[in-house]
Design a binder for this molecule. Structure first.
Ligand code: FES
Length: 229
């Protein structure tokens, strides 16, 4: 999944598939995520725009995932400071309602987009361009199956996919092959040094016997990868 970066901005061209888009609802929940060891708070403003922030309040470092979404603001659980969607600027300090929030208090905001049913994050600090290939990462009409959590490094997972006859598409970083005769697409997320998430998709509809077969095959794949180390 990892693409080549630049000397000054190693993350500029790398987009990480951090969560299924449907798991993050507009103006509602906050979802925890990881990419390359960076802990993330994922949420949406009321217009549905994806937000990916460092999971740390700039006031006293409390995790944003403990807070709540209030319209187009994320409110920290500790002192209730509120930060605006988009630029992460602090806009309200409830203990001092008449005070203008300091301009230099700002959540760390990353690039976030939806494509192919996934929410993708870019860890670059400038505004990264979105490669059109992301939209083709999963074949049109395929259905999300599950996300596997693997206690293994991303390279070990890639090696396992090769052993299982999967091939990677250089443009999208997506893997395609079969698990128990089911056509399967997989997106790998290098979350932490020994933690990899694998999002699995297939053409079988949700609830079908074929989808259940893929769930079983996915568990077997996880066992194989974690055993091989
Ligand atoms: S730690 Fe977040 S508002 Fe104080």
């Amino acid at each position: 999944m990892k693409a080549t970066g630049t000397m000054t901005n190693p993350h500029a061209s790398t987009w990480y598939p951090v969560a299924p888009s449907a798991a993050v609802r507009p103006g509602a929940n906050i979802v925890a995520g990881f990419a390359e060891g960076q802990e993330l708070a994922l949420w949406r403003s009321t217009d549905g725009a994806a937000q990916a922030w460092e999971n740390r309040c700039p006031h006293r470092s409390v995790r944003f995932t403990l807070g709540q979404v209030i319209e187009d603001r994320l409110s920290c659980a500790y002192h209730g400071w509120q930060y605006a969607a988009g630029n992460g600027q602090c806009v309200s300090i409830p203990a001092h309602p008449t005070m203008q929030a300091p301009r230099n208090v700002c959540a760390k905001v990353f690039g976030a987009v939806d494509a192919a049913g996934m929410l993708w994050v870019n860890l670059a600090q400038d505004t990264p361009s979105v490669p059109p290939s992301l939209a083709d990462a999963v074949p049109a009409g395929w259905h999300f199956c599950r996300t596997l959590t693997l206690r293994a490094g991303a390279q070990g997972v890639r090696d396992a996919f090769v052993r299982h006859g999967f091939a990677v598409d250089a443009a999208t970083g997506a893997w395609q092959g079969t698990l128990d005769k089911m056509k399967t697409a997989a997106l790998l997320l290098d979350a932490q040094p020994q933690l990899t998430f694998v999002h699995l998709w297939t053409e079988a509809p949700p609830g079908s016997d074929a989808m259940k077969t893929l769930h079983t095959a996915a568990r077997s794949l996880r066992s194989d990868i974690e055993t091989q180390g």
